[in-house]
Design a protein around this ligand. Structure first.
Ligand SMILES: *[C@@H]1O[C@H](CO)[C@@H](O)[C@H](O)[C@H]1NC(C)=O
Ligand SMILES: *[C@@H]1O[C@H](CO)[C@@H](O)[C@H](O)[C@H]1NC(C)=O
Ligand SMILES: *[C@@H]1O[C@H](CO)[C@@H](O)[C@H](O)[C@H]1NC(C)=O
Ligand SMILES: *[C@@H]1O[C@H](CO)[C@@H](O)[C@H](O)[C@H]1NC(C)=O
Ligand SMILES: *[C@@H]1O[C@H](CO)[C@@H](O)[C@H](O)[C@H]1NC(C)=O
Length: 455
């Protein structure tokens, strides 16, 4: 009822409901009225999964708070309306006129969010364009209205360049900031959950008055994520997945090679939601490969997060694995480098953050190669044991209109529970790991018994 009244009021005020609302959101206001809600579209940060930012709405401005960064506040003022008194905000608060039409992108992570919102081409300057793993952004970079690369050698020039934009997205707090009051930090990669990372769509949307689009995209993603998660939740035997990384000796680590097992955070949630169990041992850091290998010998799947490794030979060498057949994961070693730029930029650090459900599909397929469908093609997780090729992004991969919201990579899933993963697809043959194979049978028997008792 109240909503109806407000809509009616703004119809009277602006003449036409449809064009009036579109004008509110996307262009500057000509005649300011303090009683008009200029942000009928809202992103409700009390309902999303992100923990690290909030948005508070007022009639003609909104206050965005990045809680990782000393509660840094950004006041986003509808352009053509007066900014609130800055004295009412903490020191360091920055003020922006929205919607943004002119941006610089300092971190590749930002691009997928701008693409999902359909505003990637508001980017007029970019840092590290070669590392952006989007076919359509690559096409934009090759076109006649391409954003310029921000100079890294000439600070006079980079200051001139950055003075031309309204906002620099992807600034790292603590980095040099030649143009004050235009640097907006991003913290999506610090979120602990898969959907929390994707919820940062709302953060970027606030700068473009596109909260309605962000809310709908996130709702669809969340529904799809939940449907996929449920379908993968019933495996009787949950494969065990270890996420590991090799750090080669160099000047930064005292020339000491180390190996690490990664646990917790989004990795654990992603593993669990894909129907598996993450490996967590008492020791997680190793200075001898043999100690790591002894710990993970019986995991079903290994995800190698080492930054550089091209093929199985490299992986075996990094982990000093001599006889692969001794390990239960012998046929199931994956890396996150399925999609790279020619200069080696990982899509892994970008698109999967903005597309939680697509990421879960990929992980579900790692855990169970027959799901979500038997013909599913992974984007990010690359099987090195199957010698899968790395896909290097090119403008040929541009399959959407970069000036429109980028469609999700995920397919909407409405199906039933996935069939049990076949043990041959994840682990090695039972001969290679007799003790674990029999442990598996015990688990199976136990769950059969539980099923019988429940019946
Ligand atoms: C406000 O912050 C700036 C740097 O962000 C600092 O130079 C200045 O001293 C601060 N002022 C107050 C009153 O804290
Ligand atoms: C740095 O950029 C400024 C502004 O474009 C230019 O005038 C100057 O010549 C450049 N300096 C060098 C060393 O290239
Ligand atoms: C940054 O913005 C604040 C608040 O609007 C203002 O007080 C300050 O002078 C600005 N700093 C610069 C360098 O423009
Ligand atoms: C393992 O090493 C990492 C990086 O060196 C460190 O941040 C972490 O605290 C260590 N974890 C344990 C359990 O020692
Ligand atoms: C594996 O990749 C490395 C480069 O990382 C290359 O030197 C080597 O020839 C490759 N080995 C095989 C078997 O393809």
């Amino acid at each position: 009822m109240i909503g109806g009244y407000l809509l009616f009021a703004s119809t009277l005020l602006l003449g036409s409901l449809v064009s009036g609302q579109a004008q509110n959101a996307q262009s500057c206001v000509n005649s300011y009225d303090q009683n008009t809600d200029y942000f009928p579209q809202k992103f409700d940060t009390s309902k999303d999964s992100a923990q690290l930012f909030t948005i508070e709405y007022h009639n003609n401005y909104k206050v965005l708070t990045d809680t990782t960064n000393n509660n840094q506040k950004y006041v986003l003022v509808q352009c053509g309306t007066p900014a609130p008194a800055i004295s009412g905000f903490p020191n360091g608060t920055e003020v922006y006129q929205v919607p943004i039409t002119n941006a610089a992108v300092l971190s590749t992570t930002v691009v997928p969010y701008l693409e999902v919102l359909g505003v990637a081409e508001t980017t007029k300057f970019v840092s590290g364009g070669d590392w952006i793993t989007s076919g359509c952004f690559q096409k934009y970079l090759a076109g006649s209205s391409a954003p310029a690369e921000i100079s890294v050698t000439n600070t006079t020039l980079s200051t001139q360049q950055l003075s031309q934009v309204q906002v620099q997205f992807g600034y790292s707090p603590g980095a040099a900031d030649p143009v004050a009051n235009t640097s907006v930090a991003s913290a999506e990669s610090f979120e602990n959950t898969v959907l929390g990372r994707s919820s940062w769509i709302g953060y970027y949307a606030a700068f473009y008055n596109l909260e309605s689009l962000a809310t709908t995209a996130l709702q669809q993603m969340t529904t799809n994520y939940d449907n996929l998660r449920k379908a993968a939740s019933g495996y009787k035997t949950k494969p065990v997945v270890a996420w590991t990384i090799y750090d080669a000796p160099d000047q930064y680590n005292g020339n000491l090679a180390t190996w690490q097992i990664k646990t917790g955070g989004y990795r654990e949630q992603l593993t669990t939601d894909a129907g598996a169990t993450i490996y967590t041992g008492s020791a997680l850091n190793f200075t001898k490969a043999e100690d790591l290998l002894a710990a993970i010998k019986n995991v079903d799947i290994l995800i190698d997060e080492t930054y550089i490794a091209t093929n199985l030979t490299d992986v075996l060498s990094n982990y000093q694995i001599k006889d692969l057949a001794q390990y239960k994961f012998a046929k199931a070693i994956y890396r996150e480098d399925g999609l790279l730029t020619k200069s080696g930029g990982y899509d892994w650090f970008g698109t999967p953050l903005a597309m939680a459900d697509a990421l879960l599909e990929d992980m579900i397929n790692v855990v169970n190669p027959s799901a979500p469908t038997s013909s599913y093609k992974r984007t990010w997780f690359r099987s090195v044991t199957n010698n899968d090729a790395i896909h290097y992004v090119s403008t040929d991969d541009c399959t959407w209109d970069e000036t429109k919201p980028r469609p999700s990579l995920a397919v909407a899933f409405n199906g039933n529970a996935f069939a049990e993963p076949s043990s041959s697809s994840t682990g090695a043959s039972s001969a290679a790991a007799p003790s674990l194979a029999s442990a598996g049978i015990v688990t199976l028997l136990a769950s059969t018994l539980v099923a019988v008792i429940l019946l």
